[in-house]
Design a protein around this ligand. Structure first.
Ligand code: NI
Length: 393
């Protein structure tokens, strides 16, 4: 079976590169993937899959029935959206849409998803169960997975697989991680309410700017002294608004930030922990406060057995020297985690770095580029893992 998959993928390579370049030059922003979705749906239906469009607003589902009697459904997820970045690569197939670029490799994800569907469609006589392909919109705004789930994309799904491109490992290599892969990403808003007054008479006012600065400093220090250093928490205040004039003491300051963590229990305690610190600083200096903590996407926690299956399949396909178990999780976020509330799953990192370049630009960079040979690595790894899934209990 592995040889069949490898032969089919190699035969498909020129077509897949064409697909990838088409998607790359026609990027669309989150929630506006109309052309991309129509294109994906066209390829899926011409390969004999049952296609449903408009799932999760601009998402597409393609279903492939195997011929066996296993009634489990395996889902494979690919995201499709691009970013508001002006591309500067100068490639022949550079973005044709000003100010929008596939700078996170979701064009590769969609292509690998389509390639996997084509390969498995060709081998469906040998597939014991059903494979459901989820082409998801709006990953970059961390909403597409929820939209898909709300529209029933995870109904009866037994397990889900996904991948994300990774520029810091070479094309041809696959990166894996057991347990936490990405962080939970939550939003934080803190309002400090003091009392206005003359800049010359601070004792008659409650200075919200000074108290806000104490809140920020205390939060940062408290992370290092009260959070378990082996369970990372990153709290970054990225926005601060307050004050009206240089000689007026501000009565109101708004702080907005992002909170990242890897461990679910750590995350569960963060709203309370933050509120306590804000309260103690504000109480000390006579300010009032409001804390709004919005839970965003959870951390991606890779299922042990499915990660093992990915590792075994990838090692069989490429040899163990081309499969890396990654030592570190990322504090970036990924809404693949939303699917994991409904079924176990695993996501791998697909190496896309050029071996002959000393520097590969990171994700979300206007010069970000992909070694396209990685498409076949992705397709074979995904298709073979999917095939082997059915032999698992
Ligand atoms: Ni991405």
């Amino acid at each position: 079976m592995l040889t069949d998959i490898q032969d089919l993928a190699t035969k498909l390579a020129p077509r897949l590169i064409e697909i990838r370049r088409h998607l790359h030059s026609h990027p669309e922003l989150s929630g506006q993937e109309y052309q991309t979705a129509a294109f994906v749906a066209g390829v899926l239906s011409s390969n004999g899959l049952h296609v449903e469009e408009g799932v999760g607003k601009t998402g597409v589902i393609g279903e492939l029935d195997g011929t066996g009697s296993d009634n489990r459904i395996l889902a494979i997820r690919a995201d499709m959206d691009a970013l508001p970045i002006e591309e500067r690569t100068g490639l022949d197939f550079t973005s044709k849409t000003k100010g929008i670029m596939h700078a996170c490799g979701h064009d590769i994800h969609a292509t690998v998803g389509l390639g996997t569907a084509m390969v498995l469609a060709d081998l469906k006589e040998k597939l014991p169960g059903k494979v459901r392909f989820l082409f998801q919109p709006a990953e970059e705004i961390a909403q597409g997975a929820s939209w898909m789930v709300q529209d029933g994309a995870m109904k009866n799904v037994s397990a889900i697989l996904g991948l994300h491109v990774f520029p810091s490992i070479a094309a041809g290599t696959v990166g894996l991680r057991y347990g936490a892969l990405t962080a939970a990403a939550d939003d934080l808003e803190i309002m400090i309410l003091g009392e206005s007054g003359h800049g010359a008479r601070p004792h008659e006012a409650v200075d919200a700017i000074w108290i806000a600065s104490q809140v920020i400093t205390t939060l940062q220090q408290a992370i290092s002294r009260t959070q378990n250093p082996l369970r990372p928490v990153v709290l970054s205040i990225g926005q601060i608004n307050g004050g009206r004039a240089p000689n007026i003491i501000a009565d109101k300051v708004e702080l907005r930030g992002t909170v990242r963590s890897l461990h679910p229990e750590t995350r569960a305690n963060l709203p309370h922990w933050i509120e306590n610190i804000v309260a103690s600083v504000c109480d000390s200096y006579g300010a009032k406060y409001q804390v709004n903590y919005h839970q965003g996407v959870p951390s991606v926690q890779n299922d042990y057995a499915l990660t093992q299956l990915l590792q075994a399949s990838a090692e069989e396909a490429w040899g163990s020297d081309r499969v890396q178990v990654l030592p570190e999780a990322s504090l970036g976020a990924e809404d693949f985690s939303v699917y994991l509330d409904h079924a176990p799953g695993a996501m791998f990192r697909l190496g896309i770095g050029f071996k002959d370049r000393s520097h590969n630009y990171p994700l979300h960079h206007p010069l970000f580029e992909v070694d396209e040979s990685a498409i076949i690595t992705g397709v074979v790894t995904m298709a073979y893992t999917a095939y082997k899934f059915w032999s698992q209990p």
